[in-house]
Design a protein around this ligand. Structure first.
Ligand SMILES: Nc1ncnc2c1ncn2[C@@H]1O[C@H](COP(=O)(O)OP(=O)(O)OP(=O)(O)O)[C@@H](O)[C@H]1O
Length: 251
């Protein structure tokens, strides 16, 4: 379970007025085990910055993050062991094959060769990677790179999974495969959080939805709760009402 409380993050302004950019402002939510939690918001809403604070890459200026009850500020190392992260930059090693990329991360986690091989086989099957598993990642398509980065992130069997825009740039079939993979992770009881600016995606997958706009949570709840909040039958109409605009919220 991941709990975010009162998170705030600002960046120095680079413009003439030197005004600080408020990327995330008092963001809080709980992502439960065995559920998929979606962060939905338009470009620049603060999703990536929020996720970076969850996965210990950035330190919040205020607030805290608890992962399975452990405060990230108190023991980031321990928290990292229980996290699988797909960051916004996929960055696979291009001189290595997909399998070697996954293997390398497994070794960094101190796994045995046998455990890595077993886990790689399972992930490669679930993500339909068999065709390109032993190819060098140089020249990989975006979908192949994303799958490699996801498998690498999950090699150590983490209980909590954080994915930054996992379906960005993927075709329809790959997206469908990835959706069923996320459902499998949920079925295994993991806590899954992903960000998206595509409302259909969030509507199709999420048990809980956190809507972010201009660095703030504008609404959160189950799809039913969000519909009830707005009086809209259709979840897409509810999103538009809650965000105040549909700009930047389409595929
Ligand atoms: N390192 C940084 N320096 C300055 N400003 C930043 C930095 N990182 C993020 N920001 C700003 O913070 C705001 C939130 O950015 P963030 O990347 O978190 O949004 P996002 O919701 O993930 O957007 P997208 O969907 O476009 O990826 C934006 O205005 C962005 O320009």
């Amino acid at each position: 379970m991941i709990v975010a409380e009162h998170l705030r993050k600002t960046f120095p302004g680079k413009g003439k007025d030197k005004q600080r950019v408020i990327a995330v402002d008092d963001v809080g939510f709980t992502a439960h085990d065995g559920q998929i939690t979606g962060l939905l918001g338009p470009n620049g809403a603060g999703k990536t910055t929020t996720l970076r604070m969850l996965y210990t890459l950035m330190t919040p200026e205020t607030g805290r993050v608890l992962v399975d009850g452990i405060d990230v500020a108190a023991d980031a190392e321990r928290v990292r062991r229980s996290l699988g992260v797909l960051p916004d930059a996929r960055g696979v090693y291009k001189r290595l094959t997909a399998r070697e990329n996954i293997d390398y991360f497994g070794q960094l986690h101190g796994m045995s060769a046998q455990a890595i091989a077993q886990r790689t086989q399972k992930l490669a099957a679930a993500l339909q990677m068999e065709d390109f598993l032993d190819r060098s990642t140089e020249g990989f398509s975006q979908g192949q790179r994303t799958k490699t980065a996801i498998a690498r992130a999950l090699v150590h069997d983490p209980k909590n999974v954080i994915l930054d825009e996992p379906t960005n740039g993927l075709d329809v079939m790959t997206t469908r495969g990835l959706r069923s993979f996320l459902k499998e992770l949920r079925g295994e009881g993991r806590c899954v959080i992903f960000s998206s600016h595509i409302m259909q995606e969030v509507a199709a997958l999420c048990d809980r939805i956190v809507i972010i706009a201009h660095g703030k949570v504008t609404a959160q709840g189950t799809p039913d709760e969000l519909r009830a909040m707005t009086g809209e039958d259709n979840l897409e109409d509810a999103f538009v009402t809650l965000i105040g605009s549909e700009e930047g919220l389409h595929a």
